[in-house]
Design a protein around this ligand. Structure first.
Ligand SMILES: [Cu+2]
Length: 466
């Protein structure tokens, strides 16, 4: 990876208008309808160095990452989404405890948005935090080509503005001409191993950007939009930071040296930055790789005024008591070097070799290759649910539940006991974990690995909340 100068993304204005909600709908914390227009389209953007050709991409509103969507807790968001591609797509609002019909999973919660069609997503924003949106049709290809963007829901007491810095990371696989490496899209090697790992790291769509920030305390919102690579970040010397929220949900603040972000996860940090340049390093390659430079300068006037710098509240809901809870066992098998010998696909048992060569499938939950017909559990509204996951594979998996967050004793930050509320949890090979939630959001919700190739190759199923 090489250095290039940062080209500020000139984000086309996506926000249309903000109007108050009808009095009967408003809940007193935000109470507006915030409208955006988004379009998926083929676009060129330079991801490589300054003398490199532009890369042919599929982007939202022609920029990578797509436009920052901002609203306040208690608002309703209305997105007029138009598909200008020549393939079907949808948008998923990752981490939003959404209305099921607005969740953006084609074939499960809505029909795909066909080329030329428009779909209006409208949903309330119950929670503040760092979210993101991404295509959910053939995500293994559509995310690799760039169809995603950030979504920030500010606390009802706003702490936003110049002290709120978004850092969206991606790990692209580019060829020698800085184009998306197309020959390896759909590669069974990727699908059976760790997924599509890239060779070109960007932060906010640029390689090693200089990002202007105010000195002193800032809130850094990091998002990993990579298909499959977990990224490990560390701030350079002189910066002091603690984690205050994970996957949008506030946590008891804690300090950690480097911190890993699996695909689709978010980490919010409150960082105290000295004046001048502080490097953001990425460590997954074994040695520190400079990913971005935060250039901190004192702010004058209003921006210099002290603000509440972070989520004010405790977590969204307390960790439920699991006595009497509904336990759903999910035994994950498959992939290279695994112990899966055969599995059921659409009701038919097949040896792994046939699943792989004829159907590009190589992962299973409880012996069933995942699809939307794979109902993992049918639970009653209000029930406490334990997804008791056994990662019986040789690979890490970033397990994502749509529609609700879950409590998990996280081993992501090196403690024996560290309960966190998340929407995506990175499981180590052989790890067993309980994902615990109160099933209060009705609908058919996808549960899947967010390494997009693993999902495509069978790591998925549905939790039905009646
Ligand atoms: Cu996986």
């Amino acid at each position: 990876m090489r250095r290039r100068d940062f080209i500020a993304a000139t984000t086309a204005s996506a926000m249309l208008v903000v109007t108050p909600l009808a009095a009967s709908v408003g809940n007193g914390t935000g109470g507006r309808v915030v409208r955006y227009a988004l379009a998926a389209r083929a676009t060129k953007q330079r991801l490589g160095p300054e003398d490199a050709p532009e890369t042919d991409l599929w982007l939202v509103n022609g920029v990578s990452p797509g436009p920052l969507i901002e609203a306040r807790q208690g608002d309703e968001l209305e997105i007029t989404f138009t598909n200008e591609l020549d393939v079907p797509t949808t948008m998923h609002w990752h981490g939003i405890r959404n209305l099921n019909a607005m969740d953006g999973v084609p074939g499960l919660t809505q029909p795909a948005v066909e080329p030329g069609e428009t779909f209006i997503y409208r949903f309330p924003l119950k929670d503040a935090g760092t979210f993101w949106y991404h295509a959910h049709n053939k995500g293994w290809e559509q995310l690799a080509r760039g169809l995603y963007g950030p979504l920030v829901v500010h606390e009802a007491e706003p702490d936003s503005g110049p002290r709120d810095i978004l850092l969206m990371a991606d790990d692209w696989r580019l060829d020698d001409d800085y184009q998306i490496h197309e020959d390896s899209l759909g590669s069974l090697m990727d699908w059976s191993h760790q997924g599509r790992l890239g060779n070109w790291l960007t932060i906010n769509g640029a390689s090693l950007p200089d990002i202007q920030v105010p000195s002193g305390k800032v809130r850094l919102r990091l998002v990993n939009a990579a298909n499959a690579r977990s990224l490990t970040f560390q701030l350079g010397a002189g910066a002091d930071a603690e984690i205050v929220a994970l996957d949008a949900a506030p946590c008891t603040p804690f300090r950690t040296d480097g911190f890993r972000i699996a695909p689709a996860q978010r980490v919010d940090l409150i960082a105290d930055l000295p004046e001048g340049a502080t490097s953001l390093y990425e460590l997954s390659g074994g040695q520190p790789f400079e990913a971005a430079r935060l250039i901190a300068a004192p702010q004058a006037g209003e921006a210099a005024a002290p603000r509440p710098a972070g989520p004010a509240s405790a977590s969204w809901y307390p960790r439920p008591d699991i006595a009497g809870a509904r336990v759903v066992d999910i035994h994950m098998q498959g992939g290279a070097m695994g112990n899966l010998t055969e599995a059921s696909l659409m009701g038919e048992m097949m040896p792994l070799r046939e699943l792989a060569t004829d159907h590009s499938k190589m992962w299973a939950f409880n012996g069933i290759v995942g699809g939307y017909e794979n109902l993992l559990a049918d639970v009653a509204r209000g029930e406490t649910v334990v997804l008791r996951i056994w990662n019986d594979t040789r690979w890490e998996h970033a397990m994502h539940l749509h529609g609700q967050h879950f409590w998990v004793n996280s081993r992501e930050f090196g403690r024996a006991e560290h309960y966190l509320l998340r929407d995506t949890y990175l499981m180590a090979p052989a790890e067993r974990a309980d994902l615990v939630f109160v099933a209060d959001n009705p609908g058919d919700w996808l549960f899947h690995c967010h390494m997009m190739e693993h999902h495509a190759a069978g790591m998925g199923g549905v939790i039905r909340i009646a």
